[in-house]
Design a protein around this ligand. Structure first.
Ligand code: NAP
Length: 298
């Protein structure tokens, strides 16, 4: 399958394009960026052309792998779907429910496949953890994710959307949900608070009665940064170990393979745009709960 990468920033170049350039069953055809010089430079890293002409590139490929800020992604995703391209999307699918629903509607209308790159879900270790979780009677789960997004050595320190007050929820929340929901069930309601340093603390109620607690921060000191995930129940506490540094392109390659399979078979994918839109509804409810200091239903 012929792919274009839409985006020429760090993540687009170092993960999406690197994974596609090395993929045995996919071909990286070109890179689009709003700034042609940056797109050309990103393309040169992987021996493909860079361009600012989106329509010409979309006409030349079967699929796109999108890595731009989440407020920018919906319009690009809709244009790509309308051009008949299958979609490998980034998380979160959008920053509003209507925008997420536009993406879903476009994929349905065009009959294209979609996969959201919820990185953890494309790792073998997560599949074993979820399999183990499915054999336990679980009552709860916990996510603590302390990121140092703006530290001097962070590749995301210049990211404008991550500097918004709600960003820890929208940036880290999709990964947290992608692990807790398959283990504990879909989220139906949220409660939450925001601490003075911007850390978001959220309690999510899952269908069936389990709860998960989420502590998400973008401003942790480098010394305290890290992530922890676990669920608990009759089999004890099942801990998911964090992945090795620098392994995201391997997960992306799996997502590419799974998008191709969904496109060829016409089958749905558990992390498709529809699931991405569900995540956006959960995150919007959690954000509303934090703002109101009261429980909000999804
Ligand atoms: N799955 C994961 O584990 C994972 C990890 C990291 C990031 N991500 C996702 O990847 C996406 C990109 O993240 P990021 O950190 O790279 O974002 P970012 O640093 O905030 O922005 C990336 C690039 O988007 C471009 N951009 C900004 N506004 C644009 C616009 N209006 N039109 C077109 N391009 C625009 C910028 O290009 P210019 O160079 O032209 O300014 C910038 O280089 C996000 O959705 C993020 O959540 C996912």
């Amino acid at each position: 399958m012929r792919f274009a990468v839409l985006g020429s920033g760090f993540w687009a170049t170092e993960v999406h394009s690197a994974s596609l350039a090395a993929h045995p069953e996919a071909e990286l055809v070109g890179i689009w960026g709003r700034d042609e010089a940056k797109a050309v430079a990103a393309g040169a890293r992987h021996d493909v052309p860079g361009t600012a002409d989106l329509d010409a590139l979309l006409a030349d490929v079967d699929a796109v792998s999108i890595s731009v800020p989440p407020s920018v992604q919906p319009d690009l995703a809709v244009r790509a779907a309308e051009a008949g391209c299958h979609l490998l999307l980034e998380k979160p699918v959008a920053l509003s429910v209507p925008d997420a629903e536009r993406v879903v509607a476009a994929t349905t209308a065009a009959g294209v496949a979609s996969v959201v790159f919820l990185t953890y879900r494309f790792r073998e270790q997560t599949a074993s953890w979820l399999e183990q979780a499915s054999r336990s009677a679980l009552v709860g789960g916990s996510v603590t994710w302390l990121a140092s997004t703006f530290a001097a050595d962070s590749p995301f320190r210049g990211s404008v959307w991550r500097a918004e007050p709600g960003a820890p929820l929208w940036d880290l929340g999709p990964h947290a949900l992608s692990l807790m929901e398959p283990a504990l069930g879909p989220v139906v309601a949220a409660l939450g608070t925001r601490a003075a340093d911007g850390t978001v603390n959220v309690v999510l109620e899952h269908e069936g009665g389990a709860t998960s607690t989420h502590t998400l921060s973008a401003s942790a000191s480098s010394l305290s940064a890290g992530e922890e995930f676990w669920v608990h129940g009759d089999a004890g506490r099942l801990v998911l170990l964090p992945p090795p540094e620098g392994s995201a392109h391997e997960a992306h390659a799996v997502a590419v393979t799974e998008l191709q399979a969904a496109a060829l078979t016409g089958g749905a994918h558990p992390c498709d745009a529809g699931y991405g839109a569900h995540q956006v509804r959960v995150l919007a409810a959690a954000e509303a709960a934090v703002a109101a200091g009261a429980r909000r239903q999804v």
